[in-house]
Design a protein around this ligand. Sequence first.
Ligand code: G6P
Length: 367
Amino acid sequence: YVVDKGNHKHFMEKEIYEQPEVISHTLSHYIDFAEGKAKPIEGIDFANLDRLAISACGTAYYAGLIAKYWFERYARLPVEIDVASEFRYREMPLTGKMAALFVSQSGETADTLASLRYCKSEGVTIGAVVNVPESTIARESDAVFPTLAGPEIGVASTKAFTCQLSVLAALAIAAGKARGTLSDEQEAEMVQALVEGRRVLGEVLREIQPRIEALSRDLSHFKDVLYLGRGTNFPLALEGALKLKEISYIHAEGYAAGELKHGPIALIDEDMPVIVIAPHDQLYEKTVSNMQEVAARGGRIVLITDERGARETALQTMETIVLPQAAEIVTPLLYALPVQLIAYHTAVFMGTDVDQPRNLAKSVTVE
Ligand code: G6P
């Protein structure tokens, strides 16, 4: 890897555009595409676990939150997930057959490392999903699952996040196989979906870029933005809000779409755009009714959906970003792209220091 910006204005932009390549690379490490199978996991005996604890910070935490849905759904493995800075304080009983997974780009984040050491001192098997293989977290783990994103320079994590998702998706499939909760056919289907997913990433980036740039010009005039999603799109809504506030300094919040009526709806007016992440899945109809609640109050909606989702709503939107139809295991990878590009272009319009946002550090080594 040559660490320069190439033809890009910022490292963040370069890293967003590297994703098709690094995601492919990472997936190939964990999935045997020729055989249509996830490679078996070494170092953690997923077949014999009662539960899995995941902890991480920031964007890596959101990757873990998405993985919770996957491990529970596909491997029927209960997952406890915490931000690493809270993990130790709730004094979760570390009993039974459990393993702990720590997700970290740098492998040096102090809170994540402290939770790792806490689990280790209690005799729990430790797995690490890290981007820096020689990092402290990697060295202190029993099993290391590298993300092959290459060096990430932009403070706001992009390619490391989607590579974390790629590793976690493969681990969830492999765990499902090991635990007998996924059939060979289901595994083959999911692997096929990942093949198709990684193939369209580059095209998606090119296609959505102009619309997102135009949308971001408008968004840069607002002070507050709300992101909504359900299921795995809920953590993605959190990630969207985090990215936007980190680099554009616009106040943003992510919410589970169903929680709209329990609070944030009080804030809805034409001054707070609502970005809704809603592929046409089994939760789509419910999210549409949330959008209707927003529209009824004069809220502006940005809808990120697929072809079917775009066809099936008659709602007026500020912008609709249309992505290809994709299987459930692939949508977080695809939908991360518009979420990242919105934050990136909005920040560029705001004129902020995109790669080095104020007050933030790439790797946080204090608790
Ligand atoms: C910092 C970075 C984030 C990152 C988080 C966790 O806040 O700005 O981009 O997600 O730390 O870092 P890690 O290296 O553990 O993934």
